[in-house]
Design a binder for this molecule. Structure first.
Ligand code: CP
Length: 313
């Protein structure tokens, strides 16, 4: 299937074939990244703006590097040093960036729907880099890319997402991507953070962590999203770690080839034992590496690219 979208706003609205097109295009760009000369001219003369109104390490830097690898000009907008601080609206800020010839605006914002809002009045392409607790599409794409690269498929795999699901945009985007591609998704965590309403997205919900991870091919751990919680959702971090943290003892009761994933930032000793984070089963840093190829693919596709067939071998 060829890509035909100007924006990447969410995973929910994508067909499975569109997700596969992004993953196949990312695979071609990963091969480009293994060459001596890692740059291609696909976005030469284009301007990409990183409009991050919430903190980020991985997403912002990998989008910046992806745009540079595609030979685009890149502007990194710093919210703290901007006229947002003087009361300028998001709409006026985005329109001013477009007046400076921004072709692609990558937005991270605490408000769910902010990227969709921009896409309604901008001529530029809009990419969602995380909107509130709603979606984080490129994280789900790099997660599925990593799973497919390691396991050779997505369909039929048992993927357990463990932690704060309620406030997690990573969880929502992963659930959409994985279920569309045929994985069996199990959600686990404290009942206050994993409401049964998620079953309507095609997932299994359980509050028994040992049962949730016993048959998992992949365990994707999520941190507690303190910045989005408006009230206390469990008694203490210590209790959370003892009931739901991935300890060496718990890991010993999983499949020997299980892969451990985490979108980062990780809280060592809370949702994940520090040694597990650095162990051979962890693909946490591979996820970061793959994020570069996936974000190159997304920038290429929203700029009018059709698919992997257009990237020279
Ligand atoms: N995974 C992720 O979105 O990390 P950052 O917040 O550092 O971008």
């Amino acid at each position: 299937m060829t890509w035909n979208r100007k924006h990447l706003l969410d995973i929910e609205s994508l067909a499975a074939e569109e997700i596969t097109t992004v993953l196949d295009t990312a695979r071609a760009f990963k091969a480009v990244g293994e060459r001596a000369i890692k740059k291609v001219p696909a976005l030469r003369g284009k301007t990409v703006v990183n409009l991050f109104i919430e903190p980020s390490t991985r997403t912002r830097i990998s989008f910046e590097l992806a745009a540079l690898r595609l030979t685009a000009d890149v502007i990194n907008f710093t919210a703290e040093a901007s006229s947002l601080k003087k009361g300028e609206t998001l709409k006026d800020t985005a329109r001013n960036l477009e007046a400076l010839n921004a072709d692609i605006i990558i937005i991270r914002h605490s408000a769910a729907g902010a990227p969709h809002f921009l896409s309604r009045f901008l001529n530029a392409s809009v990419i969602n880099a995380g909107d509130g607790a709603h979606e984080h599409p490129t994280q789900a794409l790099l997660d599925t890319f990593t799973i497919r690269e390691r396991r050779g498929k997505i369909a039929g795999l048992n993927v357990t997402i463990l932690g704060d699901i309620l406030y997690s945009r990573v969880a929502r985007s992963n659930i959409w991507a994985l279920t569309k591609l045929g994985a069996n998704v199990t959600l686990c965590g404290p009942s206050t953070l994993v409401p049964r309403v998620f079953e309507q997205m095609g997932c299994r919900v359980t509050y028994d962590v040992d049962e949730a991870i016993a048959d998992a091919d992949i365990i994707n751990l999520l941190r507690i999203q303190h910045e989005r919680q408006r009230r206390t959702m469990f008694p203490s971090l210590h209790e959370y770690t003892s009931l739901f943290g991935l300890s060496k003892e718990r890991l010993g009761r999983t499949k020997s080839e299980v892969l451990i994933m985490h979108p980062g930032p990780i809280n060592r000793g809370v949702e994940i034992d520090s040694e597990i984070a650095d162990s051979r089963r962890s693909v946490i840093l591979e996820q970061v590496t793959n994020g570069l190829a996936v974000r190159m693919a997304v920038l290429f596709l929203v700029n009018g690219g059709k698919g992997p067939q257009e990237i020279a071998a």
